[in-house]
Design a protein around this ligand. Structure first.
Ligand SMILES: Nc1ncnc2c1ncn2[C@@H]1O[C@H](COP(=O)(O)OP(=O)(O)O)[C@@H](O)[C@H]1O
Ligand SMILES: O=C(O)C1=C[C@@H](OP(=O)(O)O)[C@@H](O)[C@H](O)C1
Ligand SMILES: [Mg+2]
Length: 184
C-alpha cells in the first residue's frame, strides 16, 4: 500500500484511531473525511454503520426509536468496532453513553469540534431533516447546553472550529493531537 504521501502526526501511531465528537452540525463528518484523506487512513462514519445495521436512513432510525433506545444502539455499534488507522466521525449524541466513550478513548485521541450555538442552529436549519437524539419538548439549544460539559469531559483535545474552513479545521485537529501527544 502506498502511504508515502500520508501525513505524520507526532504521537499518532498507525495502531490508533482518531475520533471526532461534537454537536450535530459541528462538521465531524465533513472534517473527518478531510482528516482521513490527509492521513491516508480509512474514514468511518458511525451514522452510516447504524444506517447499514437497520437498512434505513438515519433519520428514520431516530424517528422509530425513542432517545434512550437510539443511544443504546449507537453505543452498541461503536463498541463493536475493531479498527485501527481510521478516522471515526461519531453522531452528536455519542457522549451520553460512558461505555462507548471509554471504548473510543481506548482507540486513540478524541477531538471535540467546538462550534458556537448560533452557527450550529444555522447549519441544522439548513438541513432540517437531519436526525437528532432529542427528547419530546427539548430544543436544539437545550441539547447544546446539556451536552457542552459532556464533550469537554470526554475530549482528549478541543478545537475551536467556529469560523474556520474545513481545511483549516483539519489542520487544527492535527495541531491539537500533536499538542496532546504525550497523553495518547
Ligand atoms: N469548517 C466548516 N466550515 C463551513 N461549513 C462547514 C464546516 N464544517 C462543516 N460544514 C458544513 O456544516 C454542515 C454540517 O456538517 P457535518 O459534517 O454534517 O456535521 P456533523 O457530522 O458534525 O453533524 C455541512 O453542510 C457542512 O458542509
Ligand atoms: O446529535 C444527535 O443527536 C445526532 C446526530 C446525528 O449525527 P451528526 O452529529 O453527524 O449530525 C446522528 O447520529 C443522530 O441523528 C443523532
Ligand atoms: Mg455527521
Amino acid at each position: 500500500m502506498n502511504t508515502i504521501s500520508s501525513m505524520k502526526v507526532p504521537g499518532l501511531t498507525e495502531d490508533k484511531c482518531v475520533t471526532l465528537i461534537g454537536m450535530a452540525g459541528a462538521g465531524k463528518s465533513t472534517v473527518g473525511r478531510a482528516v482521513a484523506e490527509r492521513l491516508g487512513w480509512a474514514y468511518v462514519d458511525t451514522d452510516h454503520l447504524i444506517e447499514s445495521t437497520y437498512g434505513a436512513r438515519l433519520q428514520d432510525v431516530t424517528d422509530a426509536l425513542d432517545k434512550e433506545r437510539f443511544l443504546d444502539v449507537e453505543a452498541r455499534v461503536i463498541q463493536s468496532l475493531r479498527m485501527q488507522r481510521a478516522v471515526l466521525a461519531t453522531g452528536g449524541s455519542v457522549v451520553y453513553r460512558p461505555e462507548a466513550m471509554r471504548y473510543l478513548t481506548s482507540l486513540g485521541p478524541v477531538v471535540f469540534l467546538d462550534v458556537p450555538l448560533p452557527l450550529i442552529l444555522e447549519r441544522i436549519s439548513r438541513k432540517p431533516d437531519r436526525g437528532l437524539a432529542i427528547a419530546p419538548g427539548q430544543t436544539v439549544e437545550d441539547l447544546f447546553r446539556e451536552r457542552e460539559a459532556l464533550y469537554r469531559q470526554w475530549a482528549t483535545c478541543r478545537v475551536a472550529a467556529g469560523d474556520i474552513d474545513v481545511s483549516e479545521t483539519a489542520n487544527a485537529v492535527f495541531d491539537a493531537i500533536a499538542g496532546c501527544g504525550q497523553a495518547l
